[in-house]
Design a protein around this ligand. Structure first.
Ligand code: SF4
Length: 356
């Protein structure tokens, strides 16, 4: 395959990627690709910082959509209990615990096709109250029209997550109940309401390398790159249509992270679903390739002991610090909590400090 044809310097923010250029990146020798991605990463970010968010499912299960990977779809028998919308006070309690554990962003997700009118007062109140704790806020509630996007933005929502999932060509194999254009329309509504965009996709759903290139092309050729780009690795859940697929080659996942980093040099590239199934070594390789955002493991919220948290231990072994925010007055308190937790994890006899 030919080398990339653009004359733009490597690491430049571009919006004119061709499919062949992207495929040429995917086809690079692994070491060349990782070197290029890491060079871009260093030019734009501190390579030893990773942003951490906490995820809270505010309404689980019984979703009318048919996303083939998703255990929350009502169409598949995955044994998931359906839940009602969580009470606002309960969400705020979870957010408080997340903040105490060092998270700087709190993401609230609901398994809806789109929010209904009766839901909006509750979700906007959640945004206001979580934000008042000094956390950044993110929501994923399905499709939004212009008015809904504006209401959320007015409530102070910082980020809205809505993924494209895969390439336009492969999309119909995965979802039939909403179109690619529906998704692009929601993203446009989020942007025009002034919120930041969190948008990415999933690899390992049986797609070809060309589809991974197609997904990244859609993301990188937007007028503004999504500020946050979650790259998920399919979690095969029994009962979903994709549960019998072959495992993805982990190196293909790392390649996807690296190409995303090169194409969207100023975005946070996030390891999302599937991270629990990755070895520490694979996660380390993705951080080198340019991933710089994660969700904290759920266990962090239920344990008082930071030594027992795998994520903290991995950060410590790699000499990685959680990225700090510089927006709210109480940032220093959050930073102190994070460094206390890391200091505690440094003392653990079961791992060493790679930064020393
Ligand atoms: S819209 Fe979201 S919650 Fe519903 S099936 Fe698709 S991925 Fe799952």
């Amino acid at each position: 395959m030919n080398a990339p044809v653009s004359h733009a310097p490597v690491g430049a923010v571009r919006h004119d990627w061709t499919r062949n250029e992207i495929l040429a990146l995917f086809a690079l020798p692994f070491n060349d690709l990782l070197f290029q991605a890491h060079t871009v990463h260093r030019a734009h970010f501190n390579p030893n910082e990773v942003q951490v968010s906490t995820l809270c499912s505010i309404k689980t299960g019984a979703c009318p959509e048919d996303c083939a990977y998703c255990p929350q779809s009502a169409r598949y028998d995955t044994g998931l209990e359906r839940e009602k919308l969580m009470q606002v006070e309960k969400v705020v309690e979870e957010a408080r615990a997340a903040k105490a554990s060092g998270a700087t962003r709190f993401c609230m997700g609901a398994a809806w096709r789109s929010p209904k009118g009766k839901d909006m007062p509750y979700v906007t109140q959640m945004v206001q109250e979580v934000k008042s704790l000094g956390l950044e806020t993110c929501m994923t509630l399905g499709m939004l029209d212009q008015d809904q996007a504006k209401s959320l933005a007015d409530a102070g929502l910082d980020y809205y997550n809505h993924n494209l999932d895969t390439s336009p060509e492969y999309y119909g194999e995965i979802i039939t109940t909403r179109t690619y254009q529906d998704r692009l329309d929601t993203l446009a509504n989020v942007r025009s309401a002034g919120m930041k965009v969190c948008c990415g996709g999933i690899v390992g759903m049986g797609e070809e390398a060309g589809d991974r290139a197609g997904l990244l092309q859609q993301l990188a050729n937007m007028a503004d790159h999504p500020e946050s780009v979650p790259i998920n690795m399919l979690v095969k859940v029994e009962g979903t249509p994709l549960d019998q697929l072959d495992d993805l080659d982990p190196l293909d996942f790392v390649r996807t992270i690296a190409v995303a980093r090169i194409m969207m040099p100023e975005s946070h590239v996030r390891l999302s679903a599937g991270r629990e199934e990755m070895s520490d070594e694979m996660q380390a390789m993705t951080f080198f390739a340019g991933a710089n955002s994660i969700f904290y493991g759920e266990k962090l919220l239920t344990t008082a002991n930071p030594e027992s948290n795998k994520d903290m231990q991995l950060f410590s072994r790699l000499g990685i610090q959680p990225e700090q925010r510089h927006v709210h007055d109480d940032d220093s308190a959050v930073a102190a909590q994070i460094s206390d937790a890391l200091e505690a994890s440094h003392n653990d006899q079961f791992f060493y400090d790679a930064a020393k």
